[in-house]
Design a protein around this ligand. Structure first.
Ligand SMILES: NC(=O)c1ccc[n+]([C@@H]2O[C@H](COP(=O)([O-])OP(=O)(O)OC[C@H]3O[C@@H](n4cnc5c(N)ncnc54)[C@H](OP(=O)(O)O)[C@@H]3O)[C@@H](O)[C@H]2O)c1
Length: 334
């Protein structure tokens, strides 16, 4: 299963819309007969890839899969049927597939007389497809709120200027995290004030091939000259101020992981609605003493009501060539 998880996490495999899955076929003496992994929507599933590699020698083997084999026909046929047809003797899977379209694979295999065992390293498998699993179970996308702040919690100076609070290393790191999401979301005012392009760019500032959806939330018409409306990626305007409705609209478009990039008004709306699942914060060693707070009023007036977060990770981004050193905090709600 460890090898299957490794295969599933092969670099370059997109994080969505399909789950990342790996599969290893084992002979009775534990030797590996074949392996495969899913390369993304529209390509063969991990089981099909492993079966194709094994050919006739798949018969009688144990299939070790990171996700319960699917039971539905999408762009490819059901994996449960393919495993049955190939004469697999036993299936060991990690996570269960709760998605309404694909669930039921284990039952189908059992009905065909195949021994099925589930749950091996299930936590690792769920973590591997964190956003996909969350979206399936909660019926909405997973939300990561990312922001950059000064030491005194400011995201912009008193005159509105905010370039650049974070260092180049922090901005590069942000592009890496953006690439793991399928949607970047900002409030209409950030588009007006900052004019961000909201694309994923590489080390030499070139846009990468696969771009997440750009979503702008707010009721106003956006000025036509804003960079977020250029043709480097798809853009959608969510004409609502209700975070729940915005996530519903994105969920309907099959979106599973929203990277919420501000500004303070939008962040506060999502926090107040309890719709921020993860917080990534870049802290810059600078003080402003005045200016925009990184998050707008949350209606909290006393310390006992503070919205508290649990720190999962602290990472130092060393400054080079005279740049500041920044600290990245990755947090979850309690
Ligand atoms: N440091 C950082 O990480 C960071 C990140 C982003 C932005 N910023 C800074 O933040 C500043 C902009 O802040 P902001 O708070 O005005 O921007 P914002 O949150 O991006 O946009 C606010 C706008 O979003 C719309 N909106 C959507 N949902 C809303 C809701 N529930 N309640 C109210 N409005 C809602 C409204 O537009 P409509 O009126 O059209 O409905 C509202 O005017 C800029 O100076 C920018 O530089 C900093």
């Amino acid at each position: 299963m460890r090898r299957a998880l490794q295969l599933a996490a092969t670099p370059g495999v997109p994080h969505g819309p399909n789950p990342r899955v790996g599969c290893v076929l084992l002979a009775d003496d534990g030797t590996e007969v074949a392996e495969g992994f899913h390369r993304g929507a529209g390509t063969p599933h991990a089981e099909a890839a492993a079966l194709a590699e094994a050919g006739e020698s798949a018969r009688g083997t144990t299939a070790v899969v990171t996700l319960e084999p699917c039971n539905h026909t999408g762009r490819t046929g059901p994996c449960a049927e393919a495993l049955i047809a190939a004469g697999i003797r036993r299936v060991v899977h990690a996570a269960s597939d709760q998605s309404s379209v694909a669930t039921g694979g284990a039952d189908r295999l059992r009905a065909a007389g195949i021994e099925v065992e589930g749950g091996l390293m299930a936590d690792d498998a769920r973590a591997l497809n964190r956003a996909w699993t969350f979206a399936v179970e909660h019926g909405r996308p997973y939300v990561t709120w990312k922001f950059a702040t000064t030491l005194d919690g400011r995201s912009a100076a008193a005159d509105g200027t905010s370039r650049w609070v974070s260092s180049r290393a922090a901005r590069l790191d942000t592009h890496r995290l953006r690439a793991e999401c399928d949607t970047m979301l900002v409030g209409a005012n950030t588009v007006v004030v900052d004019d961000p392009e909201l694309t994923v760019r590489d080390e030499v500032d070139e846009p990468v091939a696969r771009q997440p959806l750009r979503a702008v939330m707010g009721l106003r018409d956006l000025p036509a000259d804003r960079r977020v409306l250029n043709d480097r990626a798809e853009t959608v305007q969510l004409r609502t101020r209700d975070p729940r409705e915005a996530l519903e609209l994105l969920h309907q478009r099959g979106r599973q992981h929203v990277f919420l990039e501000g500004g303070p008004t939008l962040a506060a709306a999502f926090l107040e609605a309890g719709l921020v699942d993860e917080v990534v914060c870049y802290v810059a060693p600078m003080l402003l003493g005045a200016g925009t707070s990184a998050v707008a009023d949350l209606g909290i007036t006393t310390i006992a009501e503070a919205l508290r977060l649990h720190v999962d990770d602290v990472h130092v981004l060393q400054g080079h060539d005279g740049e500041d050193t920044n600290v990245r905090l990755t947090m979850r709600r309690h």
